[in-house]
Design a protein around this ligand. Structure first.
Ligand code: FAD
Length: 494
């Protein structure tokens, strides 16, 4: 049989795979996406960030399709979190880095959102084969050169490519073939139990489309308005409360809702959806991890196949689409002969780890804010079994994260850095909660938030301004720069 050859084979057609496929196909390369389901299919991860919508999604050309889909506009987040009992709201519009016309994101039904992105990849020239499951990668002389897969007839087939991209999510079967190990986070060892409700209450305008996140003794709830009437509701509980999500899922979710007065109140007139894609109560566990290596010759991991950190700040789809953008730059630049493969993927990995690390640290700061003496929820003290204060324990814990990719190898300086960041962040939130005028600025004064928003805002600006943004500077000494259109890596000018 003839050998099937492509420039790129993408495993998985979720947001990561679909984004990468579009960006590579846009350069005229031959792209094959192998997806084990048929779309539309269910997926969790419904609350998005502005940089995904106005940055990466604009670059791949789905702005109009997303606007036409009628997704809920998310202006920001409303939290019952931290030491103060009152809910507080942050709005994307207060960040000076985000233009007012782009200061919103969407709450999406992933079945619809993911289909829009994958259809777009096809319209850009990628080929998608549904109901095809990838079993393994093919290696030749130490390089990954293709994959084996099987379709509905069960027969094993082979597809060869210059690059294979694993975008098959947290359940990837092939990620181990990149080398290294998947390290599960000790800090974010939680479980989630989630379902869907019709008729739940909405926050008052103009924040009715916000995600509502509510901390309670066993963990925290997300409450995401997917339409005027449909709400995604999920409880994230610490591993030590695991027994609360075992047994009958319906009874477990009800009991957790009973524990959290604000969510109980919002759902008081609502009924749980029991049919169709939202009819099931689902559970997920052990979902915060990172692979110690993201690429090897001919093979690269993006999205959840590479890493994921706790859903509290809706970073999953952002990291999946951002890593797709970074990897597509590496592939496009290597295929065009602009830079070598090693250089291109070293840049990809460094930037991706930096972004993941920023969110990881940011989320740790966020959890550290919950300093209610009666509640040990998320406390670092509990995790480390330390006799020190919670903040000290937290710092020890962070310093103990041994992976060099978080730049935490130097335990002492990392401890000081995180202690400052955490305290500063908590103070900004306290200030915000105390501010009755609705002034959101303090949150964005925090360096943790500024840093977390920085790269997303950069991607967004580039998508809008293109060449007007001016030349890029390397993010790392000796590293590469981004081309003006944001689609390639280039050597930095001496
Ligand atoms: P996926 O979306 O998982 O797509 C992978 C695709 O690969 C799937 O379509 C799958 O069918 C396919 N596939 C798998 N194996 C194979 C195979 N062997 N062969 C072929 N195809 C295959 N993120 C947010 O942004 N906002 C949120 O509010 C949010 N909430 C979350 C809540 C929870 C409890 C969890 C666990 C995660 C949440 N996330 C959230 C994260 C989000 O779900 C993921 O980060 C995101 O879906 C990752 O996208 P991806 O493209 O990497 O993978």
């Amino acid at each position: 049989m003839e050998r099937e050859e492509f420039d790129v084979v993408v495993v998985g057609g979720g947001p990561g795979g679909a984004t990468l496929a579009a960006l590579v196909a846009m350069q005229g390369h031959r792209v094959l996406v192998l997806e084990k389901e048929t779309f539309p299919r269910y997926q969790i991860g419904e609350s998005l960030l502005p940089s995904t919508i106005h940055g990466v999604c604009k670059m791949i050309g789905v702005t109009d399709a997303l606007a036409a889909a009628g997704f809920t506009h998310k202006k920001g987040g409303t939290f019952r979190w931290g030491a103060k009992p009152e809910p507080w709201t942050f709005s994307f519009s207060v960040s000076p880095k985000i233009a007012s016309s782009t200061s919103y994101a969407y709450q999406v039904e992933r079945s619809k959102f993911d289909k829009i992105l994958l259809d777009n990849a096809v319209s850009k020239g990628a080929e998608v084969r549904f109901r095809t499951q990838v079993g393994d990668v093919i290696e030749e002389d130490g390089r990954v050169v293709g994959v084996t897969y099987s379709g509905e007839d069960g027969a094993e087939r082979r597809a060869y490519a210059r690059f294979v991209v694993d975008a098959s999510g947290n359940g990837s079967r092939i990620y181990k073939r990149v080398g290294g190990t998947r390290v599960y986070s000790e800090f974010f060892r939680s479980l989630a139990l989630f379902g869907y409700f019709e008729g739940g209450r909405r926050l008052p305008a103009p924040y009715s489309g916000n995600i509502l996140s509510v901390a309670f003794n066993s963990g925290w709830f997300w409450y995401i308005p997917l339409s005027d009437t449909l709400t995604s509701v999920g409880a994230v509980v610490r591993r030590e409360n695991a027994e609360k999500v075992q047994g009958d899922p319906e009874a477990s979710l009800s009991a957790l809702i009973d524990e959290c007065p604000l969510i109980k109140d919002y759902l008081s007139g609502a009924t749980r959806v029991t049919e169709g894609q939202y009819g099931q109560i689902r559970a997920r566990k052990d979902y915060s991890y990172h692979q110690t290596t993201f690429w090897r010759p001919g093979f690269v991991l993006i999205g959840d196949a590479a890493c994921f950190v706790d859903p509290v700040f809706s970073s999953g789809v952002h990291l999946a689409t951002y890593s797709a953008l970074l990897a597509s730059r590496s592939i496009n630049s290597a295929l065009a002969g602009l830079v070598g493969e090693e250089e291109a993927f070293t840049e990809f990995e460094a930037r991706y780890r930096r972004e993941y690390g920023v969110f990881y640290e940011f989320l740790m700061s966020f959890y550290d804010m919950h300093r209610d003496e009666d509640s040990y929820f998320w406390s670092a003290k509990k995790v480390t079994h330390s006799g020190h204060t919670e903040l000290e324990s937290f710092v020890e814990l962070v310093a103990g994260v041994s992976s060099s990719e978080f730049a935490l190898r130097d335990a002492e300086s990392a401890a000081v850095r995180m202690k400052d960041k955490s305290a500063e962040f908590a103070a900004a939130i306290d200030e915000l909660a105390a501010d009755r005028e609705g002034n959101m600025a303090p949150l964005f004064k925090s360096s943790a938030v500024r840093q977390a928003m920085q790269e997303g805002a950069q991607v967004q600006s580039r998508a809008f301004l293109g060449e007007d943004l001016g030349p890029d500077v390397p993010m790392f000494p000796g590293g590469l720069v981004t081309s003006n259109d944001g689609l390639f890596w280039l050597p930095a000018k001496a």
